[in-house]
Design a protein around this ligand. Structure first.
Ligand code: CTP
Length: 439
């Protein structure tokens, strides 16, 4: 029946042949060290859903660490071993990332605290997981390469579009799964299965989410906000009564839906135009959520959830967006160099927020023109050139480079030659007269 279906044919249809070769090798090496390896989790789920997913997850009955090391030897990649969690991350030269874990029974165990962790089976490893759609595995050992392992009806639930827990205490054991259920439901336009929904609501009523640490809450919120369009999930979170355990100070009804809707469009536009400048999508949404709050509250929230320095700085910048829009609006003839004085050093995320906040077409063009210039314009002279002109290294070097950069943004000077002339002019005007060594 269903249980022993072999997926080799659809693997060959949907996976790059190089990946299949890598998986075969994983199975062969596993065999040679007396282990059994499986592809699992989100990778298999998305494989069946035809959703691109390049995070390969393997679970090993036996020795995952050894498999990771041997694979790195064979394929010339790097294996990073996390002994504490008995997992390894393998980075192959072609950029493929493979996470390898040794099968275990508990989700949140700390092996270091245990004398010896018992070896678990793939079935046990699947059983500790959140939803049936995440319990599919594909066998990799040579005797069974491509066999689908489906202990809990995951394949059927994938076809029916159902999010279903595996055991009644799942949400009690890990209330973050309530948020995960909503995330998957909205991402795939699935439905939370009736009993599962009842258990979720029961757990919410029992205030189990209140027991989660801020760290776990913010992790889940970040994952949720990393979805391409998090709006449906946020609505569902509100509807089901989960938001009050996330950031209760924020009234989701007051957050601009149009801005949230436009965000993925602007992010995609940005990433295409400024290739390589990848945006932390969650952070843009987070800024939007915070937009209506008082400064004090924002500071509290930043502290409470231990946001890192990058996020803190970006959020601080985002607070200035309304004033900046106003300022740009009022200074019609503003030059790129002047814009730079206000926006230099801004994170990409705050810049995206600024773009999101601009409705006037001309203003938009002006800002984009500035961003384009920023990509192209570089000061060509360096410290040696300045020293050659008789200037002594000091704080005015910074000033000179900044000023040259702005003049270049404004199109007043265009190349190295003109940069040098500009500095000469400044010297002759006595700009650096305070400096005894100048002249
Ligand atoms: N998992 C779980 N309970 C959690 C978190 C994760 O049971 N609270 C399990 C899930 O079954 C999942 C696996 O651990 O398949 C890996 O978790 P993660 O990488 O977060 O999920 P993915 O399924 O890969 O989801 P995504 O597509 O969002 O990365």
């Amino acid at each position: 029946g269903e249980e022993n279906q072999n997926c080799l044919a659809i693997m060959q249809e949907r996976m790059p042949s190089r990946l299949i070769a890598t998986l075969r090798l994983a199975g062969e090496i596993a065999e040679s060290i007396g282990s059994r390896a499986y592809c699992v989790g989100g990778f298999v789920r998305d494989f069946f859903l035809r959703v691109p997913n390049f995070d390969v997850d393997l679970v090993v009955e036996g020795d995952g660490e050894e498999l990771a090391r041997k694979m790195a030897q064979h394929l010339g990649g790097k294996a990073r071993i996390h002994q504490r969690f008995r997992t390894a991350a393998l980075m192959l030269p072609d950029g493929t990332k493979i996470d390898i874990a040794t099968a275990r029974t508990e989700y949140y165990e700390f092996p270091a605290a245990l004398p010896k962790v018992e070896k678990a089976s793939i079935r046990e490893d699947m059983y500790r997981r959140d939803f049936t759609i995440n319990t599919l595995a594909i066998a990799l050992n040579p005797d069974s390469f491509g066999d689908l392992i489906d202990y809990f009806g995951g394949r059927k639930d994938l076809e029916k579009g159902l999010i279903r827990i595996l055991y009644n205490l799942s949400f009690v054991e890990d209330p973050t799964r309530i948020i995960r259920a909503i995330r998957f439901e909205q991402r795939y336009k699935f439905t939370i299965e009736d009993d599962t929904l009842r258990f979720a609501k029961d757990a919410i009523e029992r205030r189990l989410l209140g027991k989660l640490s801020y760290k776990r809450i913010i992790q889940e919120l970040m994952l949720l906000l990393s979805e391409i369009d998090p709006l449906p999930a946020l609505d569902r979170i509100m509807e089901i009564g989960v938001w009050e355990y996330m950031i209760p100070e924020i009234d989701l009804n007051k957050v601009s839906r149009t801005m949230i809707k436009r965000t993925p469009i602007i992010i995609t536009w940005w990433e295409e135009r400024y290739y390589g400048k990848n945006i932390k999508g969650w952070l843009v949404y987070f800024m939007l959520l915070l937009a209506g709050l008082d400064e004090e509250l924002v500071i509290q929230i930043i502290k409470r959830y231990h946001l890192d320095n990058y996020a803190r700085k970006a959020i601080q910048e985002s607070r200035q967006v309304p004033q900046i829009v106003e300022y740009l609006w009022e200074s019609r003839e503003i030059l790129p160099g002047e814009m730079d004085q206000r926006l230099d050093g801004w994170s990409n995320e705050s810049m995206v927020l600024l773009l999101l906040s601009i409705k006037d077409e001309l203003l938009w063009e002006k800002l984009v023109n500035y961003l384009d210039l920023k990509e192209q314009v570089k000061v060509e002279i360096n410290g040696f050139d300045l020293k050659e002109m008789g200037l002594k290294q000091g704080p005015e070097f910074r000033f000179i480079f900044d000023e040259l950069y702005r003049q270049k943004l404004n199109g007043i000077i265009k190349n190295r030659e003109e940069e040098l002339q500009m500095v000469k002019k400044w010297i002759s005007e006595g700009k650096f007269n305070n400096d005894p060594v100048a002249e």
